[in-house]
Design a protein around this ligand. Sequence first.
Ligand code: CDT
Length: 304
Amino acid sequence: MHIAVAQVGPIARSDTRARTVARLCELLKDAASRGAKWVTFPELTLTTFFPRWSIEDPREVRSFFETEMPGKETRPLFDLARELGVGFYLGYAELDGERQFNTSILVDGGGSIIGKYRKIHIPGDAQSQDGYPIQHLEKKYFQVGDLGFPVFDAGETRIGMCICNDRRWPETYRVMSLQAVDLVMVGYNTPTGYGRLGEPRHLPLLHNHLSLQAAAYQNTCWVAAAAKAGVEEGIHMIGGSCIVAPTGEIAVQALSEDDEVINYVCDMSLADGYRGNIFNYERHRRPEHYRAIVDRVGASRSPL
Ligand code: CDT
């Protein structure tokens, strides 16, 4: 299965949807010219990463959201996908009535939406935090997704989706792995320097790959991860977009922090060795001892 990841460089607050969609179309063409059949785009691909600001004007907030998909401005991407016979994952801010979600869709090579996911692990805060050099206000703008972690049939392959912070949580992938997922697509926007004290600047990239590689290996699947990268509105966002094999190895990785396509011909049978042996779930998993995972939200320090 030949797949690609389309990393996207910075998008300015003033950039129009038309301009951004034109960039995405160029990336889709690049991926198709290499022979890829599926492309992963980042989280909230159509605009700048607006949750870095506390925006009070409801009309301005709404300007970052899509009310239909495809809409007038996004239709060219769908038309191109159909023309090229290439499917894609696209992250965007979704307005559903009064409800606001951080959403991704899976579009097949015929240009039809075959899957939808709404981000479940919403990070950051609902209000600006004193002393934080970089704000991350996703809780102000998005409610928790209500679709679970579904997996979709895409020909011979089962594709699942998650969004940014979801990729740090083992539960995300395990729920999909229990639906025999073959490929997890994930888009992300990860700033460096978040938090009151900030963490060393090398760590966000390390944690990105650590999470993706562990997930692919432990869940016997491929992972295709697309960053929105570079310095966007003064904030540095990590790149490191990559395709990870079920061995846990990074098969290919973006080198830039700008628009860049990476691609790889994935041997989907690579997972079989693990599924039949060390990670043979039927033989080795012990769900009767995993009760705390669903019964508890946080760690308990009550007497043992
Ligand atoms: N978009 C997103 O989920 N970003 C978070 C940033 C750090 S948490 C404030 C992430 O997990 O990468």
